[in-house]
Design a protein around this ligand. Sequence first.
Ligand SMILES: [Zn+2]
Length: 409
Amino acid sequence: MFLWMAALSARATEDPVAKIADDSRCARGLAWIEKNSSWVTEQHIRLTEIPAPEFEEAKRAQALKEMFATAGLPVRLDKVGNVVAEFPGTSSREVILLAAHLDTVFPEGTDVHVRREGSQLLAPGISDNGVGLSALIGLARALSESHIRLAKTVVLAGDVGEEGEGNLRGMRTLVDSYGSRLSAVIAVDGPSTDYITTQAIASRRLEASVTGPGGHSWSDFGAPNPITALSRGIVQFSSVSIPEEPRSSYNFGIMEGGTSVNSIPSRAVVKVDLRSEEESELARLETALRQAIQSGVNQEIAATNSSNNALQLSFRSLGTRPAGKLPDDSPLLETIRSVDRYLGNRTRLERSSTDANIPLSLGIPAVALGGGGKGGGSHTLDEWYDPAGRDLGLKRLFLIVASLAGLES
Ligand SMILES: [Zn+2]
């Protein structure tokens, strides 16, 4: 019995995460998290109720900046509108960057008021990414309250342009500005603590637009119709086979065009999102998409006996996200797994398209992690979040940060 206990305590002292958690300053930070989960939820609600459609993150950014300042961290806005707070390191130039995107997929005018139903909070954007932003505020406070000293600098950033057509410009700017100082990047996105995103799905977003002569629905009947042309192309592309390996996907997300029900439109536009685990498959899909839409336009011209140049087709890139993968033996992944073992948190590895795409594509160790709690209905008006379990997510981030940045006496 005695030997067994001695062996157990020897193992506990050998566990570097246990050693960090037992440090009195870390213990103070972890205790702060345990006691202040509902304070973090209050900040979460405040941030969620400030609308932040893509390209209009400034108001939410300002509120986040004030919260970081109140937590005692030096904070600034950078040239693209990212909020950048620093917890300065004491002996290293290296940087651990944690970033949560400020923007949502919801357009201006969406009701973002947070409703409570039982233990759940409901509002568009509450989970994606109100959770990530509030996790950074919780982490900032816990770091300050703990009076911990870390060797590397921890940067906590609310970044712009993750959703829609933002093209990850916020993360691109952060990676650019910290450059070779970055030793790890963690995108905090959504709630889930049961997976670690280590593989970045590549994506290409395109807009196809068709213009034509337009006309009156009755008197010009028979003129080529851009909406019909695009529809023919969409149907054709829908029969292209999409492989399961490498896993790939497409989505026609927005279609617009025309001015009235009794006018032949002079313009129609469709926006498409293509994704794949492999760049080569993505390239094949893009070629197939361009050919299918062109063929739809040709069919519409032929069906209406129009001249060859009656309709004009053009494509515009709305953004590309590069692929990348964190190696299975990466020290960053090993650190996260050690923390998960210490906390008894079971996880699996996942693939996704997040802010982590940018550092991963450049070979900088990066993952996307959840901020804690449970949520669902992301990108819908029924989005929800349940804060139960939030403290696990926050403690996990705290211990990961302390492990990566290195505790100083
Ligand atoms: Zn997100």
